[in-house]
Design a protein. Structure first.
Length: 402
C-alpha cells in the first residue's frame, strides 16, 4: 500500500475552545508522515498548552514575529509551506485574513504563503450567521481559500447549533485535496459505504448492539469523495456524524440496513460494508419495558439470525463488494486465516480484517488492517490513522477494479 510523499504543513491555532481538536488534526498529519509546523496565537494558549502542541507536532512551536529574525521566519513559514491550515479559525481570525491584517506570526505567514490556505471555522451559531462573518466567508471562498464548514451540535454553553469545528477527518481530507494529493482516480465511480453499528431492540429501552463508532466508515467516505467518487452512506448508530455533503440513509437495524443496501446495488459500482451488523436479533420485541421482577433470576432470550447482508450483496453480478471483519485474533497469522475464511464463505471480492483487542479498531482513532482477496491472496496491510487506512483500502478497490 502506498505512502504519500512528505508535505510541509503549517497549522495555525487561534484562540477558540475548539483548539483542543486542533491537536487531533496535527497528530493525524504527523501520523501520515508529514512535517508539521504549528503557529499559535497568544489567545490559543488559553485553551491548549505550548508543550502539548510541540509534543504532538514533533517540532518547536513559534508564536512571535521576533523568533529567529535572522531567518525571516515570519515570511519563510508561508513561503515554504505546501499548505497552511487554520483550525480553529475564529470569527476574528477570518476577518483579519479578509482585511489582510498581519498583527502576529500567523497573519504574516498567511500573507506570505505560496500554497493553499485551508480554514476550519469554529464559533457560536449567531457569530457564524452574522452578516459580517457571512460576508467574510464568501470573500475567502472567492479568493480560493478552502473553507471546511462547521458542523451542527452542542456548543460551548448550553446552546446547540451550527458552529462546531469540523471533525479531524474532514479537515485532513480537505487539506490533501487542496494540495493536489487527490488524483481523483475514483472519478465517476459510485460507492456505497455502510458504517456504524446496528441495534436490535429487546424492548423500548434495551437492545443488542456493539461499540462500533463508525469512524473508519466516515474516513472511507471522506477519502472516496476527495478522490472523485460519488458516495452514498448508509449509517447505523454512530459516535461521529457522517460527512456533510454526502447522501445519507439512516438504517439502525440489520433489516433496515439490508433494505437500504439492496435497493441501491443496481446503481452502485462498489459496496464497502464497514458497518458492524448484529448477527442476531431477539425473536420478539416486548412492547413494554421488561421488568426485572417479571423475568426471574436467570432469564433467557430467544434469538434469531439476522440476514447476511454481505453474502447477499456479494452475489450481485456487477457490483464489487468489500467486507469487513473485526476479530479478536491473537496475532497476524490468526487474523489472516480468519479473513481468508470469511472471504471464501461470503463470496466477497475482498475482506478488510482488523483486530479489536489491541487498543485499536472499534471506537478508536487508529486501525491496523490486513486485506485479503476473495481467493485468499493478501492484498496489503495498513496501520495508523483511520483516514490513512481508508486511502490504502481505496487503493485496493482500484486494484480490484483493474
Amino acid at each position: 500500500m502506498r505512502e504519500a510523499s512528505r508535505l510541509r504543513l503549517v497549522v495555525g491555532v487561534s484562540g477558540g475552545i475548539a483548539a483542543y481538536k486542533a491537536v487531533g488534526a496535527i497528530r493525524a498529519f504527523v501520523m501520515d508522515g508529514h512535517d508539521v509546523q504549528v503557529v499559535a496565537t497568544q489567545a490559543a494558549y488559553e485553551f491548549v498548552g505550548k508543550s502539548t502542541l510541540e509534543a504532538i507536532s514533533h517540532n518547536p512551536v513559534f508564536d512571535s514575529l521576533y523568533d529567529d529574525v535572522s531567518q525571516v521566519r515570519h515570511v519563510a513559514l508561508g513561503q515554504n509551506a505546501d499548505a497552511i491550515v487554520i483550525a480553529p479559525a475564529t470569527a476574528h481570525t477570518l476577518a483579519g485574513i479578509v482585511a489582510g491584517l498581519a498583527p502576529d506570526l500567523l497573519g504574516n505567514a498567511v500573507l506570505a504563503r505560496r500554497g493553499p490556505l485551508v480554514v476550519a471555522p469554529a464559533m457560536h451559531t449567531e457569530m457564524w450567521q452574522n452578516a459580517a462573518t457571512v460576508h467574510n466567508v464568501a470573500v475567502l471562498r472567492e479568493r480560493g481559500v478552502v473553507v471546511v464548514d462547521p458542523a451542527s451540535g452542542p456548543l460551548t454553553g448550553n446552546d446547540s447549533g451550527v458552529g462546531r469545528m469540523a471533525e479531524v477527518h474532514s479537515i485532513v481530507s480537505a487539506t490533501y485535496a487542496a494540495v493536489g494529493r487527490s488524483a481523483r482516480d475514483l472519478a465517476g465511480v459510485r460507492i456505497l459505504i455502510t458504517g456504524g453499528g446496528t441495534r436490535e431492540a429487546l424492548d423500548p429501552v434495551r437492545f443488542i448492539g456493539n461499540s462500533s463508532s463508525g469512524r473508519q466508515a466516515v474516513a472511507l467516505a471522506e477519502a472516496a469523495r476527495v478522490r472523485g467518487a460519488s458516495v452514498h452512506f448508509v449509517a447505523g448508530h454512530m459516535d461521529v456524524e457522517p460527512p456533510s455533503g454526502i447522501d445519507i440513509t439512516r438504517a439502525g437495524t440489520a433489516e433496515l440496513m439490508r433494505s437500504a443496501v439492496l435497493e441501491r446495488l443496481d446503481d452502485t459500482d462498489v459496496l464497502i460494508m464497514a458497518a458492524a451488523v448484529a448477527d442476531y436479533r431477539p425473536a420478539q420485541m416486548s412492547s413494554t419495558k421488561l421488568k426485572k421482577n417479571s423475568l426471574g433470576s436467570n432469564p433467557t432470550i430467544e434469538l434469531v439470525e439476522n440476514p447476511d447482508i454481505l453474502a447477499e450483496a456479494a452475489r450481485h453480478p456487477r457490483c464489487l463488494v468489500i467486507g469487513f471483519a473485526a476479530e479478536t485474533a491473537v496475532n497476524d497469522a490468526e487474523l489472516l486465516s480468519l479473513a481468508r475464511h470469511k472471504a471464501s464463505s461470503k463470496g466477497a471480492a475482498a475482506i478488510v480484517a482488523n483486530r479489536v483487542n489491541s487498543g485499536r479498531g472499534i471506537g478508536t482513532d487508529d486501525n491496523d488492517v490486513i486485506v485479503v482477496s476473495g481467493d485468499g491472496r493478501e492484498l496489503g496491510r495498513s496501520s495508523g490513522e483511520k483516514l490513512s487506512v481508508a486511502q490504502s483500502i481505496l487503493d485496493v478497490v482500484l486494484h480490484l477494479r483493474g
